[in-house]
Design a protein around this ligand. Structure first.
Ligand code: MRU
Length: 358
């Protein structure tokens, strides 16, 4: 990463969350300071901070920001405020489970030690948020290493949306794999889908890949089928926002189409994601909540009207790729293949064996 995606500045009592505003990239490097809970919520809703793991880390710091006014209150008031803060942050974006995961983790810490007074408890929450961030950084590195073997030497890799350093606290998930492979001297080219409607691929992924010195080709989403047919793509690697217990995986809208195309062209399709993106409470992908965003993202992309007034729109931000279309899930505990409920449980659930690979 050229610039850290997010971090905390100062102490728990008066510090704040600092974010690289992703809506301004790649043209401007602009830092956003979130000093109030509403600032954090707005940053998440507007996609100033985005990508499943990064949203989780931002939400963890959001809890600290949101509890600053209650720092010296009674324990009862502090925990009451915690509930409100958590509910507000949880409602900001529904699909990426990392958000709920991080909030649950901070809530558990707040309830764990009954003896701490509220100022110490608040300090403890900042420590935990920092831990969520540093663990994610290490997780990204491990995902990168686990995926190197899937990057085809001399081939083309297609990716969608942005699953890089900007979407995490470290080097990314899908892009961590590509960065690690490049660092090991593997030669390959990356095709980045522009990723309509908000262009995370065009604005963010190409920016990260070029900063890393990786040859990068930007294509419109509609060109993926032809790129595969023309023999330009030897692997597809994307991230995920939520993976159900059976391996069905939600990711940026358009991912499912790539998986279908990859199967048709007999190209391996990989999803790279940390354990915090798995939702074991959901048996399958049909229960994953899919965020629907405003019409203006389609009719007025980046401020310019591109459709007639009064046209109907539908803007789901994510889709779900069925497990049977995924060649392997690349996690910090290794690759999981074939993608089945049993393999996933064995590799990732607390009582599972903890290691994977067919
Ligand atoms: O709407 P976004 O930009 O938050 O969507 C992000 C994605 O779909 C990413 O691919 C996903 O969160 C994985 S990030 C490592």
């Amino acid at each position: 990463m050229v610039h850290p995606t997010l971090g905390w500045s100062g102490d728990a009592a008066s510090g704040h969350l600092v974010l690289l505003d992703q809506t301004r990239l790649p043209l401007e490097i602009h830092e956003l300071c979130c000093r109030r809970l509403e600032d954090v919520v707005e940053a998440i809703c507007s996609l100033s901070v985005r990508g499943a793991p990064a949203i989780g880390v931002a939400a963890a710091y959001g809890v600290v920001v949101g509890l600053q006014p209650a720092r010296s209150s009674s324990r009862e008031d502090f925990l009451g405020r915690l509930e409100e803060v958590v509910a507000t942050l949880a409602a900001s974006r529904p699909t990426a489970v990392n958000l709920a995961w991080a909030l649950t983790r901070l809530s558990q810490v707040a309830h764990a030690d009954q003896a701490l007074d509220t100022t110490d408890l608040h300090d403890r929450l900042l420590e935990e948020a920092r831990r969520v961030q540093s663990e994610d950084e290490a997780t990204c590195t491990a995902i990168g290493q686990a995926g190197i073997e899937f990057v085809p030497e001399g081939g083309g890799v297609l990716t969608h949306c942005n699953a890089g350093g900007l979407a995490t606290a470290g080097s990314g998930t899908a892009l961590a794999v590509l960065f690690a492979a490049a660092d090991q001297g593997r030669k390959f080219e990356v095709y980045a889908d522009e990723t309509r409607p908000l262009l995370q691929g065009a604005r963010l992924t190409t920016w990260e890949l070029l900063n890393h010195g990786i040859p990068t080709v930007l294509i419109c989403d509609s060109m993926a089928a032809w790129a595969m047919q023309q023999g330009r793509i030897q692997a597809v690697i994307t991230g995920a926002d939520r993976i159900a217990a059976n391996g069905d995986a939600a990711n940026k809208i358009g991912t499912y189409a790539l998986a279908v195309l990859a199967r048709k062209h007999e190209i391996p399709f990989y999803i790279a994601a940390p354990r915090s993106t798995f939702d074991f409470a959901l048996p399958s992908g049909k229960d994953i909540p899919i965020e629907e965003r405003g019409a203006d993202e389609i009719t007025h992309g980046f401020g310019r009207q591109t459709a007639p007034d009064g046209v109907g729109t539908w803007n789901p931000a994510f889709d779900v790729t069925p497990a049977d279309h995924i060649t392997a899930l690349i996690t910090e505990r290794g690759a999981i293949a074939p993608v089945t409920r049993e393999r996933i449980a064995e590799a990732l659930e607390p009582n599972g064996a903890g290691s994977c690979r067919a």
